[in-house]
Ligand binder design. Structure first.
Ligand code: G6P
Length: 613
């Protein structure tokens, strides 16, 4: 949340920064701003709204007078202070010599503010960020250079930050620091970039350096020097970006979300590739090997995550308990870390995160590690903080996910959990014959997903029919309860329709009171062992005139009598079902949002990567 980019080199900084901001916009889009350092002056443009508003502002003003080759830019997801022009970043000091952009929260900002105001600083906004730039201004008075001043200031700060700082007094430098919010340096020829993630850098360089918490860096066109906040020098490793530019562009689709929905046959295939061993009926997961014994002998597995990743975790619990027979608990990361959880060294904690940067999930990781548990990451973004801090892990290899509403990461997370389940189950007594049946089913999932994607036009016509409703209920049982939860989340995230996911049988203990002729109910009802029970729940809805949309198998000839609309899905092994059955729910949410003229890729108030608690 909040996107940050900086450039120092020989080229004009502004177009590079604006382009980078557009790539980072998924991290927040409440306001945007840039600061350019042109010798002795600071040129700042900032505006509430999306990056396009900032671009218009700069265009209307006739553009910056200079061709500055150093600058910083920010796209904001508001925490402290409403998203207006004034609260937009960059913020500057009293003398307008130092400018700063920030991702995170300065928790002790009020006490710092009181002190700085007593010392004569005039602080114009209610943001926590502006306080930090005044603190740096204060430190500059007692330091040899900006690098030192930033380090000294950070020693007084509590909270989380990724910051970039520039000054007209040292016009060839960007100072950056990280604690809790990600920053990646791009190393080019006679130029350096720095951004919240590598997607903003890939246009310019494939060589990157990941900053760690507690590090401060001084970037010039020709050099970068990294130190700890306590002034110890650090040698950093340059790594290579693993994805291509094409992967982070829309490729002819109207929205990133639609592109990512349609990429799923390929992204799931990539999650399984080289790992599924159909002949032996098992899986090979190199990333899990260092801790495999500990996982196999775990007293229990705890899976913790947020949002969509939490729903994948729940789907994982059903399959792991059923097939590998290991007790599994699933916990929201934000709850886990604050309730002093009982975690022992013989527990294994799985952290699931698309971005690998979610603040709550990262905090849960550190809590579990501090209590001695083995921590395993199931992460999409290569090199992200969660991936680096876990003892072992399995990348889901879904490729870059840009749409704020997660789709392909969800199905790939469950695909990886299926592989882990298969591997553990085979070690714990599942026969090779059974393993082969499951492996064959998993291998067939990408082509089943292709089949479901063909229903897009049918689903769009259903969306047209329901686009004016205010509420939706999603019901499923067993392993499809998580599917129902995820379907409801997708709808509320992007179409702003209130939607609830519930276990189908639990409906009669509450939500049934909501059902009348205006209430659409989506049933996920594949032909599994509890099919008849779910059909009874459908009867209960129908008796109260609820409008039923059923996600049902292709060979289910009876379902049409109960449901007003049926979306067909191929049969899949029960516990892997959420992968295939969630596809029509993603498409339903997508088409509903488009029909309601909602901003699909940048839904209001949300951000893709939530790096604040
Ligand atoms: C945000 C996003 C969700 C995502 C959740 C967890 O809320 O909007 O789409 O599921 O964070 O993110 P993670 O990157 O940890 O999977």
């Amino acid at each position: 949340m909040c996107g940050i980019i900086g450039y120092v080199g020989r080229k004009k900084a502004l177009p590079i920064i604006l382009d980078g901001l557009q790539r980072l916009e998924y991290r927040g889009y409440d306001s945007a701003g840039v600061a350019l350092v042109n010798g002795g002056s600071l040129e700042v443009f900032k505006k509430a709204g999306k990056v396009s508003e900032l671009v218009s502002l700069i265009g209307d003003s006739g553009g910056p007078p200079s061709g500055a080759t150093l600058g910083i830019g920010h796209t904001r997801w508001a925490t402290h202070g409403e998203p207006n022009d004034q609260n937009a970043h960059p913020h500057w000091d009293c003398g307008k010599e130092i400018a700063l952009i920030h991702n995170g929260i300065i928790e002790n900002y009020s006490s710092l503010k009181r002190k700085l105001e007593a010392d004569g600083h005039s602080i114009r906004t209610v943001t926590d960020t502006e306080v930090l730039v005044h603190l740096i201004e204060e430190m500059v008075k007692h330091s040899d250079d900006l690098f030192t001043a930033v380090r000294k200031a950070l020693l007084e700060v509590e909270g989380a930050y990724g910051i970039l700082v520039v000054s007209t007094r040292e016009p060839d430098k960007i100072i950056a620091a990280r604690k809790g919010s990600p920053l990646v340096i791009g190393v080019g020829k006679d130029e350096h970039l720095i951004a919240s993630d590598a997607s903003a850098l890939v246009d310019h360089t494939r060589h990157v350096v990941y900053m760690e918490d507690g590090e401060v860096v001084c970037l010039t066109a020709g050099s970068f020097l990294t130190k700890t906040v306590h002034d110890e020098e650090i040698i950093k490793e340059v790594e290579e970006i693993t994805f291509s530019l094409a992967q982070i562009e829309k490729g002819g689709f109207e929205h990133f979300m639609l592109k990512e929905i349609h990429e799923q046959p390929e992204s799931i295939r990539n999650s399984l590739r080289g790992r599924l061993q159909a002949g032996q009926g098992t899986a090979k997961l190199g990333g899990l090997e260092p801790v495999l014994d500990r996982v196999l002998n775990a007293r229990r597995i705890i899976i913790t995550a947020c949002g969509t990743s939490w729903h994948a975790a729940l789907a994982g619990k059903y399959m792991l308990e059923q097939l590998a027979r290991i007790p599994v608990e699933v916990d929201y990361a934000s709850e886990f870390r604050y309730r002093n959880p009982i975690v022992n060294p013989d527990d294994v904690v799985f952290l699931i995160s698309q971005s690998g940067e979610t603040a709550d999930t990262l905090a849960a990781l550190r809590e579990a590690k501090a209590k001695g548990a083995t921590v395993v990451g199931i992460v999409n973004v290569v090199g992200s903080t969660i991936a680096r801090e876990t003892d072992a892990g399995v990348y889901i290899h879904a490729g870059p996910e840009i749409g704020v509403a997660s789709t392909k990461a969800f199905t790939s997370q469950i695909a990886v959990l299926s592989l882990i389940t298969l591997l553990l189950a085979r070690h714990r007594g599942l026969s090779m014959e059974q393993g082969r049946i499951l492996a064959a089913d998993l291998a067939s999932i990408p082509s089943k997903v292709t089949d479901v994607l063909r229903s897009s036009a049918h689903i769009r016509s259903i969306a047209e029919e329901f686009k004016h409703v205010s509420n939706f209920l999603y019901l499923g049982r067993g392993s499809n309860f998580p599917t129902a939860l995820e379907g409801a989340l997708k709808l509320k995230e992007i179409s702003y329709i209130h939607a609830e996911g519930y276990p189908a049988a639990e409906m009669k203990h509450g939500p049934i009171a909501l059902i009348d002729e205006d209430m659409p109910v989506v049933f996920v009802v594949p032909k599994d062992a509890i099919y008849d029970k779910v059909v009874s729940n459908m009867q209960e809805v129908r008796a109260r005139k609820g409008r039923i949309i059923a996600i049902a198998n292709e060979d289910d000839t009876d379902i049409g009598e109960l449901a007003e609309y049926v979306i067909r899905v191929p049969r899949t092994y029960n516990y892997f079902g959420p992968i295939v059955n969630s596809i029509p729910l993603q498409l339903l949410a997508y088409h509903m949002a488009v029909a309601r003229h909602c901003d699909v890729d940048q839904p209001r108030n949300l951000a893709k990567s939530v790096t604040v608690e």
